[in-house]
Design a protein around this ligand. Structure first.
Ligand code: NAG
Ligand code: NAG
Ligand code: NAG
Ligand code: NAG
Ligand code: NAG
Ligand code: NAG
Ligand code: NAG
Length: 433
């Protein structure tokens, strides 16, 4: 009974996430507002700005040791006594994405897998938060190696390095501030779910049942007992920075890169991170040219995504059989078959529990009345952004992100009419396998 309830609540949450992306886009034009603020593409609490400065814990000193020659396997092996030359059938899956690409939903493909999987949702949030500099954003030279090292430790079920980035600092490896703990089933089940302590405030607490603060020692034990591991992150910028993970014989890495039409992403972000995109809205309404800095950031994002994909698709020796590119649009249209592809790629069994979950979460839109009743079919849904984003912005994205769009098979809208012509799809059918 309780499990049934849990499953349905979780799929509704996931649906709401995907629905938000879809429905909210249509409100873009209503929300156009003429105020000016600087843009930051990253979601980040304001409290973080000064957190790097004057920070007492020497977090970075432990990172930079490995930074010197990041691409040598040797470093990683010496780090700790390494067992046999393989991971013993254990899979280590990293879902790489950027914000507003449906990565939370795709992450559920692994979170819902069942009791074999240890799943972590955006652990690098803490790293980014601590490394955010005063001008906003992070310095890639510093953040890249930090992300890489934290991920490596986590894939080895070692939370110690992540702990050094959690603020306030965990006490005896117990924290009540792990970002979005509730998004990870593994962190909310027995034995990690310790008895609820009333006096302890936990910001990101488990929702289906109340648990005590998170004991990371317990989490580590539980992680080691699971057969496989999956981590989702929207923070890694360049796939190449993770090469040492791919080459680490203790890990059997599988990278899944999730991409989405950058025009749709912009439309979605303008709604979701409304304050940060005020300049774009202003520009869409008036004649002003958008601030160079913001166009540069958009270009930077697109270039990073494209370069990562180019490396992945080229299949260099270190990545062979370890990289898969997936488009949001294909997942939205063919969720079951794409999920099956991902499981085939990772050599994991496609569990009936997961199949059921996908079936339910994609059918629910028809069953649930009211909230989701406006949903049309998925093909229509994924291209809905076309009817709300100003053509001017579409042109700009196409100019700046053209190479990425071509690589991923997103057709350019030659004019306003083509943009809003329902009979023309802007998604080319493309097989990246
Ligand atoms: C920071 O470090 C200084 C000396 O290194 C120490 O006196 C101070 O208490 C520390 N502050 C915190 C918040 O740990
Ligand atoms: C850095 O590494 C040393 C030795 O491994 C460890 O004792 C120390 O706690 C680490 N510091 C941080 C902040 O993680
Ligand atoms: C790894 O390190 C050892 C000594 O630390 C060295 O003898 C060996 O040549 C190195 N291997 C590679 C591939 O660099
Ligand atoms: C980023 O950090 C590196 C290493 O600390 C430093 O050399 C570089 O100047 C920084 N870049 C920016 C843009 O701050
Ligand atoms: C966390 O869990 C470990 C392992 O069960 C236990 O030894 C430790 O006492 C726990 N820490 C706290 C503060 O309860
Ligand atoms: C699974 O992947 C293998 C290659 O790794 C391929 O030969 C096979 O056809 C795939 N199966 C399905 C059902 O896609
Ligand atoms: C879904 O919408 C697309 C585009 O409007 C249309 O071509 C397709 O036939 C529709 N499919 C179903 C099952 O209604």
């Amino acid at each position: 009974m309780r499990i049934k309830y849990a499953v349905s609540v979780i799929f509704i949450v996931a649906l709401v996430i995907i629905e938000k992306e879809n429905n909210i886009i249509s409100k873009v034009s209503d929300k156009l507002s003429p105020k000016l603020t600087p843009l930051t593409p990253l979601l980040r609490p304001t409290a973080s700005v000064s957190s790097t400065q004057g920070h007492n814990r020497s977090v970075l000193s432990n990172i930079s040791q490995t930074e010197i020659s990041p691409y040598r396997v040797n470093n990683s092996i010496q780090e700790s006594p390494s067992p046999a030359s393989d991971a013993g059938g254990r899979k280590h899956i990293l879902l790489l994405a950027t914000t507003r690409t449906g990565s939370s939903f795709v992450g559920e493909f692994f979170n819902q897998q069942g009791s074999n999987m240890f799943y972590l949702f955006e652990p690098l949030w803490h790293v980014e938060r601590m490394l955010t500099v005063e001008s906003g954003g992070t310095n890639a030279t510093v953040a890249g190696p930090a992300y890489r090292d934290v991920l490596r430790k986590l894939f080895l079920c070692d939370f110690s390095l992540l702990e050094s980035f959690i603020e306030p600092q965990p006490h005896e490896h117990v924290t009540s501030f792990l970002f979005r703990r509730e998004s990870s089933q593994s962190l909310c089940e027995d034995p990690i779910c310790t008895p609820f302590v009333k006096k302890e405030f936990e910001r990101y607490h488990c929702r289906l049942r109340r648990c005590g603060p998170l004991n990371l020692t317990l989490a580590s034990h539980s992680c080691k007992q699971k057969k496989h591991l999956a981590i989702k992150s929207v923070r890694v910028r360049q796939l190449e920075t993770l090469r040492p993970l791919a080459e680490d014989p203790r890990l059997d890495m599988k990278f899944i890169q999730l991409v989405r039409d950058p025009r749709a992403v912009l439309a979605s972000r303008m709604v979701a991170f409304s304050n940060k995109y005020k300049n774009w809205k202003k520009w869409a309404m008036e004649r002003d040219v958008p601030v160079d800095d913001e166009v540069r950031k958009l270009k930077g994002n697109c270039d990073n995504i494209r370069m990562s994909a180019e490396i992945g698709l080229k299949q260099p020796a270190w990545l062979r059989g370890r990289y898969m590119l997936v488009r949001y649009e294909d997942i939205a249209r063919f969720p079951m078959s794409k999920a099956a592809d991902m499981y085939n790629f990772t050599s994991l069994p496609f569990s009936s529990k997961l199949e059921e979950w996908i079936l339910k979460s994609t059918q629910a839109s028809k069953e649930v009345t009211g909230l989701y009743s406006t949903q049309k079919n998925s093909s229509e849904q994924v291209e809905k952004w076309r009817f709300s984003i100003p053509f001017k912005l579409v042109q700009l994205v196409e100019k700046v992100c053209g190479p990425a769009m071509t690589l991923f098979g997103y057709r350019f809208a030659e004019n306003k009419e083509m943009l809003t012509d329902k009979s023309v799809s802007l998604i080319e059918e493309k097989n990246f396998l």
